[in-house]
Design a protein. Sequence first.
Length: 374
Amino acid sequence: MQKKKNQILAIFSDVNSSPQLVAILQELKNNGGTFRVILIGEIELIIAKQIKALDWDLVVIRKRGRLGSALNLLIICFQILTYQPRVLFASGQFATAIGMFSAKLLNVPLRIFIRHHSSLHHKYKMKLGIWSDKMANRMATHIIAVSALVKNILISSEGVNCRKIRLVHNGVELAKFSNSNINMRELSDKNPSTERLFHIGVISRLTEWKGVEYTAQAFVRLQKEFPNSRLHIVGAFSDSYFTVIDILSPIDQDLYTLKNEISDIPNFLRGLDAFVHVPVGPDDEAFGIVYIEALASGISCIFTRSGVLNELEDPHKYAGIVGFRNSEEIYLNLKELIQGTCASKIAVPDLWLNEFSLEVMTKRYSDVLLGEAD
């Protein structure tokens, strides 16, 4: 009986690497949980290799189109019938849709998924996405919201009963970031030279709502005035990639870099003088883990107030806060950083940062996934 109570079928999709998901599974295992993981993707994915290396129960099924989704549904239904989980736990939009439907169909007692996105389906009138969200919300027994913003959207915009929602922030290994750069309290004691190279970083998928093009516009202007400045963009190439390339085209390609991904984010941040993350609206970013990583690093930051940053009181004390879609303000903030004339910032309180530690996150997931079965 104890084994059945703690038996979890986890379904993941739309992910290549996720230290958070691996850490959640490890915490479940440490607390007596047993699980099988179904990964919708490819065996070459980093997360697949990590799970295999840990010798955990893993099934990989290929992601298919709309017609092929029926086959995936049958495979997952077969896995539910053979594994007989007490809990079905899903992460990723495809995994959530197919997982909640199959689990409801086969009467899995606890059906839990992570809501990673905010209001984008509504904003861009994505009918299939809206329908899929409604279906998943209705069929789930519990929904994990990654931020207070997501929780509010679920309640106010999608009519989800608040008793169904559990707020669990995303977590990071704070220790990896806490020493990766100078402390913000020390920043006011430094007088940056306008002659040395000044490195500006962005970690963001190149899609319209992330606002990377406004950073690119600011950099092109900045570069004319400060030839020592360099821009480094890291993120999956998406719908705004060619827009960003076009914006940067007037300047030499040696002055900026674009990469799909990097393996060592703390080291990347360590090499920067400023970090910019500027989503185009207050609820466009569901969470924004780069907010936490950059603040934990003590690097000079320029942000718009979106996602989890809405939960930080007086964020202007810790970072340069700019208006949405405002390349002028991004430029002015960068210029002040280069000239050393910006208003001094302080380190974000440890008490706030610690809410986003990997340890806090995994314990809360374990409480939900194992505790709800009691």
